[in-house]
Write a protein that binds this ligand. Structure first.
Ligand code: SF4
Length: 345
C-alpha cells in the first residue's frame, strides 16, 4: 500500500486516537512525516502503559489481536519512511511485558515484520508513579533516562519528541484500528471495557457513537437497580447518573458501574483522592500539597466544604499536567450528577 493510499484511508475513516485525547490519527501522521523531511531520523512508540485503575483494554487487545497491532506499527513505519525510523519502542507496563514479550518476539519472526524486527526495543514502564508514567511527554523523559516529569507542550512529540526528533506515539487500540483501516475492515467501532457492579464485566466492541445506556444494554450489563457510572477510568473519569447515559463514552471508553445503595460516598471520594495523592509526581506545589490536603480533609468526619472545593478548583486552574488538572473531573461530576449538590466550579 502506498503512503497516499494509507493516509487517505485513515482520513476517510475519520480515525481518532484511542488513548484519551481523541486526536485525529491522520493529522498526527502527517505532522510527523512533515517534521521528518528536515530530520535524518525519528522514532515510533507503542504506548501500552495502561495505568489508570479500571481500564484493561490494552491487555485484551494484545492478547487477542497482537498481529493487527504489530501490523499497525508496520504501516506507520512504512508511511514515515522505514529507513528514517531509527527505533520502535514498545513501552509496556511490567505485567504486559511479562505476559506478551515471548509472543511478540515470536510474531516478529514472521516474514511480514522483517523490516521492523531489528528496530524493536522494549521499555518497561516504571511502576511508580504509574499514572504519569503513561503520559505521552513523560514517556519521552523516561526513555531518555530523565526524571519522570511531563514536558511543557508545545513542542509536541510529532515535531520534537524522543531525543528532540520527530516521534509518533500511539496507543495499542489505535494501531489495531489502523490495521483494520488498511484492510478496509474498519467500521467505526471501538473497544469498551465494562467493570464494577455488573453481571458480565469485560471488553466489548460496539460503534463509537453508541450511547452509554445502549452499550450497557447490548452487553447485558444494564441493571434495574439504582446506579451511576464513571466513564474514562476509575480515577479520572467523569461520573454520570443513570439518567444521563444518552451520550457516547468518550476518552478511553471504559465504563465503571456503581450500585448507588452499595457505594459509600466517603469511601469513594477517599479512593479518588488517595489515588491522586499517591500518583502526584511532586513537580508542582498545588498538586503535591493540594492532593495531600484534600485527602487529609476527607478522612475527617467533618470538613470545610468551601475550602475543599477551593483547592479542587485551584488544581483545575494551575496544575502543570493532566493528572492534577483531571482531579476535579470525578469530584465535581460526582457531587453534581449523583449527589445533586450545587457546585460552583
Ligand atoms: S500536576 Fe501533579 S503530576 Fe502533573 S506535573 Fe504537577 S505535580 Fe506532577
Amino acid at each position: 500500500m502506498t503512503k497516499t493510499e494509507i493516509i487517505k484511508r485513515i482520513e476517510n475513516a475519520g480515525l481518532a486516537g484511542r488513548g484519551g485525547a481523541s486526536f485525529p490519527v491522520s493529522w498526527k501522521w502527517k505532522s510527523v512525516a512533515e517534521s521528518l523531511k528536515s530530520e535524518k531520523e525519528g522514532y515510533i512508540i507503542l504506548n501500552a502503559a495502561e495505568g489508570e485503575p479500571g481500564v484493561k483494554k490494552d491487555q485484551y487487545i494484545l492478547d487477542n489481536y497482537l498481529n493487527e497491532v504489530l501490523n499497525g506499527i508496520l504501516l506507520a513505519d512504512s508511511y514515515l519512511t522505514s529507513n528514517k525510523i531509527k527505533k520502535i519502542f514498545l513501552y509496556l507496563n511490567k505485567d504486559y511485558l511479562k505476559q506478551f514479550k515471548k509472543r511478540i518476539n515470536k510474531e516478529l519472526e514472521k516474514k511480514a515484520f522483517k523490516s521492523i524486527k531489528d528496530k524493536i526495543e522494549y521499555f518497561v514502564k516504571p511502576s511508580y508513579p504509574g499514572y504519569i508514567s503513561g503520559e505521552e511527554s513523560a514517556i519521552l523523559n523516561i526513555i531518555e533516562g530523565k526524571k519522570i516529569r511531563p514536558r511543557l507542550k508545545p513542542p509536541y512529540p510529532s515535531c520534537k519528541g524522543l531525543y528532540s526528533k520527530p516521534t509518533l506515539m500511539q496507543n495499542v487500540e489505535t494501531f489495531y484500528d489502523i490495521s483494520l483501516v488498511s484492510r478496509n475492515e474498519y467500521n467505526g467501532q471501538r473497544f469498551y471495557y465494562i467493570n464494577g457492579n455488573v453481571k458480565k464485566p469485560g471488553v466489548y466492541r460496539f460503534f463509537s457513537d453508541l450511547p452509554i445506556e445502549e452499550v450497557l444494554k447490548r452487553s447485558g450489563n444494564y441493571t434495574d437497580e439504582s446506579f451511576f457510572v464513571q466513564v474514562g477510568g476509575q480515577a479520572s473519569g467523569e461520573v454520570l447518573n443513570s439518567d444521563q447515559l444518552f451520550v457516547p463514552a468518550e476518552s478511553t471508553a471504559s465504563i465503571m458501574v456503581y450500585n448507588k445503595k452499595r457505594t459509600d460516598e466517603k469511601k469513594l471520594i477517599k479512593f479518588w483522592l488517595r489515588f491522586y495523592q499517591k500518583e502526584s509526581c511532586g513537580n508542582c506545589s498545588i498538586c503535591r500539597e493540594g492532593t495531600y490536603r484534600l485527602y487529609e480533609m476527607i478522612k475527617k468526619d467533618e470538613y470545610d466544604k468551601k475550602l475543599f472545593f477551593e483547592i479542587v478548583s485551584s488544581l483545575k486552574e494551575t496544575s502543570f499536567c493532566a493528572l492534577g488538572a483531571s482531579l476535579p473531573v470525578p469530584i465535581y461530576s460526582y457531587f453534581k450528577n449523583v449527589l445533586k449538590e450545587k457546585i460552583v466550579e
